[in-house]
Write a protein of this length. Structure first.
Length: 339
């Protein structure tokens, strides 16, 4: 069979014949059993599994997984393995999936749609049992046709489960904090503008709430496919030149850090003359000498929710409810602490 061919290479035919001889069944029966195709009686399956174990052609767990058509692995499709927000979640996800007996395979796309499609093909071929897709780039119908266990981050596709983070609360908290601290001309950074992107809602709510309070908001465009820090440093420099009266920003961690570095280079005091609130909260708040204030999207809770959803889908059960994952304000060094 195809799966065993990939594992054992040139020894496949000898392996199947020896397994069949040991189990006292036909080679074709062994092949069907290993590929999960056709009816195989329980007694015959047990004979084949016993033969596999005795001949030690594959580890016992792999043999059992082949019978169940399972790999006990899930894939994590992400744009860049150096992106701090995604890696922060994946670190927690590895721990959570281990509780269910699963390991996590990292699949970076480097922003190439062709690479993402190759990974989805691996899912279709049962190389992994499910996928969490952090930056889906393909058309909706590609995911819908798969009909395989999947969780999406920050993308709404009908029929596919997405991680429900309270984006509205994030925007409200950030606007109210910046305004309360005296900021009146603030910036926010938006990437792809689509109703299918849940995180866009936090910036919409942030802008509406800031303007309702009496502040002004200018929106700067951030290329969502470019997570290199040098690009964000350039964006921060250009934004501060274009909006010299700006006194605050609400943006993702990586851009928030770029603004912080640029402001300090310019000798502008943070938080006295400019405040920063990030949207993710992935900075190392315990060890950093100067850490961002943030509306934290809790990586541990996101990972826990994702693990429950994927394992439920794999087993054919119910996914977690659509109750949103809560966010909260962490007051770091880039906002003023009011007495």
């Amino acid at each position: 069979g195809k799966i065993i061919t990939e594992i054992t290479g040139e020894y496949i035919m000898a392996s199947i014949r020896e397994i069949a001889q040991r189990a006292q069944v036909a080679p074709g029966t062994v092949s069907r059993a290993l590929n999960g195709k056709g009816y195989i009686s329980k007694e015959t399956r047990e004979k084949i599994e016993k033969a596999l174990t005795e001949l030690e052609y594959v580890p016992n767990e792999l043999a059992r997984n082949l019978y169940r058509n399972r790999s006990n692995m899930i894939g994590a499709i992400l744009p860049d393995i150096e992106h701090p927000f995604f890696i922060g979640i994946i670190k927690k996800l590895v721990t959570e999936m281990k509780k269910y007996g699963y390991s996590v395979v990292l699949w970076p796309t480097e922003y190439h749609t062709e690479t993402e499609q190759e990974y989805l093909d691996q899912l279709k071929c049962n190389v992994v049992d499910g996928v969490v897709n952090f930056v889906p780039m393909l058309p909706d119908e590609v995911y819908q046709k798969l009909q395989r266990p999947m969780v999406m981050f920050d993308r709404i596709v009908e029929g596919i489960i997405h991680i429900p983070i309270d984006q509205e609360k994030s925007g409200l908290i950030a606007a109210q904090k910046l305004y309360a601290d005296g900021c009146r001309h603030v910036l926010t950074a938006v990437g792809e503008k689509s109703e299918a992107i849940p995180s866009l809602h936090r910036h919409t709510v942030f802008t509406a709430e800031m303007e309702r309070l009496g502040g002004q908001v200018d929106i700067i465009s951030a290329e969502w496919k470019d997570f290199h820090f040098s690009s964000y440093l350039k964006l921060a420099e250009e934004a501060l030149v274009h909006y010299p009266k700006a006194d605050g920003i609400y943006a993702a961690d990586i851009l928030g850090n770029a603004f912080l570095k640029t402001l300090l280079r310019k000798g502008i005091s943070v938080p006295d003359n400019f405040e920063i609130i990030s949207t993710d909260g992935t900075s190392d708040t315990d060890n950093a000498a100067f850490c961002l204030s943030a509306v934290v999207q809790p990586a541990e809770e996101i990972a826990r929710w994702t693990a429950r959803s994927l394992t439920a889908q794999i087993s054919g059960g119910q996914s977690p409810s659509e109750e949103t994952i809560d966010v909260y304000l962490f007051e770091g060094d880039t906002t003023r602490i009011l007495c």
